[in-house]
Design a protein around this ligand. Structure first.
Ligand code: IFM
Length: 453
């Protein structure tokens, strides 16, 4: 690899998720998801925002594919809405829902864009939640049945499959902190859920492989280096614990090592995953998807005071320590990405890695018909450079998906946070490529980082 250039065939892309962009929540027989319920519950999202209309991608997808084609991205990661395929979560397949993804896949291939399909990006059918959701083992089985149907339908054209997006977020933000759907606040439930998500990953991987011989299957985890607030023992132990909960609890079983014993012990009084499931989770993977935004900075709290003994540093504290923050209050630390990729490669030896999400929210404004998002360009440039250094050091990184193609529904933050490289005017739903879109196009064309000015 020559200086600044990425390997030939490197897959540049953008990423989105169904509930965040599609809208059309009652169209073509779609059933309700837990995010419909949650976002319509007063007080749960910023100013009561919902995904009812979102970016109206369900109707405007041809324009969005055109935007990708003009960008020149060789790949696109999107998710399938389970409640479009199975409005009740299981049972009768909704043909019209499947047909939407069929058309989208065909259009992408026509535009020479390789689809990366995520099967679960947080929109569980409400009907399954009504029966206990991910806290129930039956949901893992229903997920495998859904994976089977989708893989049989699209598997002749889709090669890359991602079972889950960020199971830690689903388990902890959805079932412990309760700030995501379904809004449960119970640690024991969160741990159970994390196990059923991992089990369902294993079952779905088997189903996808049985349905399509060309399938390349992976899982996307949100991973971060964890930094202690200080060198004090209490903080260092908290960092070790959080690394266990966030990173190792998911990586270790997926890579065939079983659950890490220190975390098992920490969580034992809440839930103990059954041993017989561990080999199911450990299906050989074709790749690991990594979502990286920032490291985690934590301080220790006595376990008698708080169940996990971990407290995240606040954005104000991070700023005091000199970190630049994005609009999410997340610190900009590109070296964290390099460090993470090196660790994954060294400790887990994945056959291939993809950065399945990386990007930043900034309060973009349209001025004279342009969005000059220089800070996003700087963020991406620094992270691309970090990825480049990791590749040069031997990490098998094969592609990079920028989050996100479009500004979209940022979950509990509604439309108040903009991550897109294309600006969406929510009053008209018009799309306007930002400066970062044109900058990214240059990177892709050159397959290299632009010369420094
Ligand atoms: O918007 C989310 C996405 O759905 C999952 N990963 C993080 C993004 C930014 O918060």
């Amino acid at each position: 690899m020559t200086a600044g250039r990425f390997p030939d065939g490197f897959l540049w892309g953008t990423a989105t998720a169904a509930y965040q962009i599609e809208g059309a929540v009652h169209e073509d027989g779609r059933g309700l998801s837990i995010w419909d319920t949650f976002s319509h519950t007063p007080g749960k999202t910023f100013e009561g925002h919902t995904g009812d209309l979102a970016c109206d991608h369900y109707r405007r997808w041809p324009e969005d594919v055109r935007l990708m084609q003009e960008l020149g991205t060789p790949a696109y990661r999107f998710s399938i809405a389970w409640p479009r395929v199975f409005p009740k979560g299981a049972g009768v397949v909704n043909e019209r829902g499947l047909a939407f993804y069929d058309r989208l896949v065909d259009a992408l291939l026509e535009a020479k864009i390789t689809p990366f399909v995520t099967l679960y990006h947080w929109d569980l059918p409400q009907a399954l939640q009504d029966q206990g959701g991910w806290a129930e083992r039956a949901t893992a089985e229903a997920f495998a049945a859904y994976a089977d149907v989708v893989a049989r339908r699209l598997g002749d054209r889709v090669r890359y499959w991602i079972t889950h997006n960020e199971p830690w977020v689903v388990a902890y933000l959805g079932h412990y902190q309760g700030v995501h759907a379904p809004g449960i606040q119970d640690l024991a439930t969160a741990v159970r859920v994390s196990h059923h998500l991992l089990l369902s990953h294993g079952l779905a991987t088997q189903a996808i492989r049985a349905a399509s011989r060309q399938a390349q299957v992976g899982i996307t985890l949100n991973l971060s280096p964890v930094m202690p607030a200080s060198e004090e023992e209490l903080d260092r132990q908290a960092a070790q614990r959080f690394d266990g909960l966030l990173n190792r609890w998911f990586l270790d079983p997926v890579f065939g090592r079983g659950y890490p014993s220190d975390v098992r012990e920490l969580l034992a009084s809440y839930y103990e995953p059954p041993e017989q499931d561990v080999p199911v989770i450990a299906q050989p993977l074709d790749f690991l998807g990594v979502n990286y935004y920032a490291p985690a900075f934590v301080r220790g709290v006595r376990l008698e005071e708080q169940p996990l003994g971990i407290q995240a540093l606040t954005p104000a504290e991070l700023q005091e320590r000199g970190y630049e923050l994005t609009d999410m209050g997340w610190p900009v630390v590109p070296e964290g990405l390099e460090q993470l990729l090196l660790r994954l490669s060294r400790e887990y030896g994945p056959p291939a890695l993809y950065i399945t999400e990386n990007g930043a929210a900034y309060p973009d404004e349209r001025v004279d018909g342009e969005v000059r998002d220089e800070r996003r360009i700087a963020y991406l440039a620094a992270h691309f450079a970090a990825a480049h250094r990791a590749i040069a050091a031997g990490v098998p990184l094969r592609g990079y998906f920028v989050w996100s193609l479009l500004d979209n529904f940022e979950w509990a933050y509604g439309y108040s946070k903009r991550f897109g490289i294309v600006y969406v005017d929510y009053a008209t739903l018009a799309r306007l490529p930002k400066a970062s879109y044109y900058w990214y196009r240059e990177v892709i064309t050159a397959n290299a980082l632009p010369e420094r000015e």
